[in-house]
Ligand binder design. Structure first.
Ligand SMILES: O=C([C@H](O)CO)[C@H](O)[C@H](O)COP(=O)(O)O
Length: 428
């Protein structure tokens, strides 16, 4: 049996890290080394040269994503040491033809990247007839965040062209194995290897998975289950990072610790001292909802306490956020129930019945609508618009993954400024 080729995509910005990460990936079983587009944009052809120098016997792929001037770009990459040069499959036929001619002249291969191509099967056939050596069923990182799947794209191409098929886009050990069983000749993995805290181990797991692919199909989850499972893996800071530093509630503190609230919001508009609507809203919640209460930022009276908390636990409420205060904090801590508020104060007011359940509310500087997702932990709470919940959850997981390798490098003695070349990347 011929084994699929494992290509590690060095999708990072810093060349000094890329060489080290490539060494570890090769030790774990990567065959080809891709100088990723972000690295090429950050360091230019110096990145290809340095990777070539560090790995004299390896196939080096330059992910140039060529869109124009095929000859010049193939020549640059080939002369810097690449063996395979990537062109956008969507580029005009004239560009593809130029890439192929230049590739013949400089003795390299052309890989065409099907990212965002409207009719991939038809385009893959055209590319093969234009002389392209490899087509890549690629779902880009931004596309992955809205649920597009590279194995599905590969499946549509299987048996349609006689040139080798590569696949790329969010692959891990399990999806890499699926890709091989669908017919991938080259499996391209970026984030799952290069962002890992254990690059060598991650590469090895992919190697083993593609060498002996046993494909288990994961149990089907609803969209809400998937979103919850993703948010449970990340922190509130990961989520705001994924939202370009937006969504965080201001002035809110965790009143209980070691617990986390994740779920769609049930909202309550209420008035200081009136705890009727906050408590009635408990009965509106489904298991897993987070109750978000606007209480006019009041710090002199609490619409929430221990008995409300016990009722919320009975309903399976995932947590409570109050733009206002809470009381009985010691009892609620003992119940390990996620509670976030501006302050704690002992007096409770009266249940008068003003306000509204499930209207759009302001809360600690954010607007919250029923169904928007809340992720709250000891750093605070973040609100995610419901329409973007899946995408933000996926991006938050990417943020978390990104930090894993950085953390491992700091553990080896580097500083954050060194790892991220902070001075170089300050805005000029
Ligand atoms: O080509 C890629 C992307 O467009 C960024 O340049 C990646 O190398 C490719 O998607 C593989 O990376 P992962 O999706 O992180 O596995």
């Amino acid at each position: 049996m011929t084994h699929a080729t494992l290509q590690v995509a060095l999708d990072i910005l810093e060349l000094h890290r890329a060489v080290r990460i490539a060494e570890e990936a090769v030790a774990g079983g990567a065959d080809w080394i891709e100088v990723g587009t972000p690295l090429i944009k950050s360091e230019g052809m110096a990145a290809v040269r340095q990777i070539r120098e560090a790995f004299p016997g390896r196939v080096i792929v330059a992910d140039m994503k060529i869109a124009d001037t095929g000859t010049v770009e193939v020549e640059m990459a080939a002369k810097a040491g690449a063996n395979v040069v990537c062109v956008l499959a969507d580029a005009d036929d004239t560009v593809i033809a130029e890439c192929v001619r230049a590739a013949h002249l400089y003795g390299v291969r052309v890989m065409a990247d099907l990212i965002n191509v409207a009719d991939p099967v038809a385009r893959a056939r055209d590319l093969a007839s234009l002389g392209v050596d490899i087509v890549n069923a690629h779902v880009g990182i931004d596309q992955q965040m809205i649920g597009k799947n590279s194995v599905d794209l590969l499946r549509s191409l299987a048996g349609e062209v006689s040139i080798p098929l590569a696949v790329a886009g969010g692959l891990d050990a399990s999806t890499a194995a699926q890709a091989v069983s669908v017919g991938a000749d080259i499996v391209i993995v970026g984030g799952w290897i290069v962002k890992s805290g254990d690059v060598e181990g991650s590469a090895r797991r992919i190697r083993e998975a593609i060498d002996a692919p046993s494909v288990a199909s994961p149990a089907k989850q609803s969209m809400d289950e998937e979103i919850r499972a993703l948010f449970m893996q990340v922190s509130a800071p990961n989520v705001t990072d994924a939202m370009h530093r937006k969504g965080a509630m201001n002035g809110l503190f965790p009143l209980t610790f070691g617990v986390k609230a994740v779920g769609p919001a049930v909202t309550v508009q209420s008035f200081p001292g009136d705890w009727a609507k906050p408590v009635e809203a408990i009965d509106v919640c489904k298991p897993g909802d987070v109750l978000v209460i606007y209480n006019a930022a009041a710090t002199h009276v609490s619409p929430w306490g221990e008995l409300a908390t016990r009722s919320a636990i009975n309903r399976g409420v995932a947590g409570v956020i109050i733009d206002g205060s809470a009381r009985d904090v010691d009892d609620i801590r003992a119940l390990k129930f996620p509670l976030f508020a501006r302050a704690s104060v002992p007096n409770a007011g009266e249940p008068k019945g003003f306000g509204e359940i499930n209207a759009e509310i302001p809360c600690c500087g954010q607007t919250v609508r029923p169904g928007d997702w809340i992720v709250a932990d000891e750093s605070g709470a973040v609100v995610v618009p419901k329409e973007r919940a899946y995408e933000v959850a996926r991006r938050a997981l990417e943020v978390k993954k990104n930090e894993e390798r950085v953390r491992a490098e700091i553990a080896r003695g580097s500083t954050l400024a060194e790892v991220q070349e902070l001075y170089k990347w300050e805005k000029k």
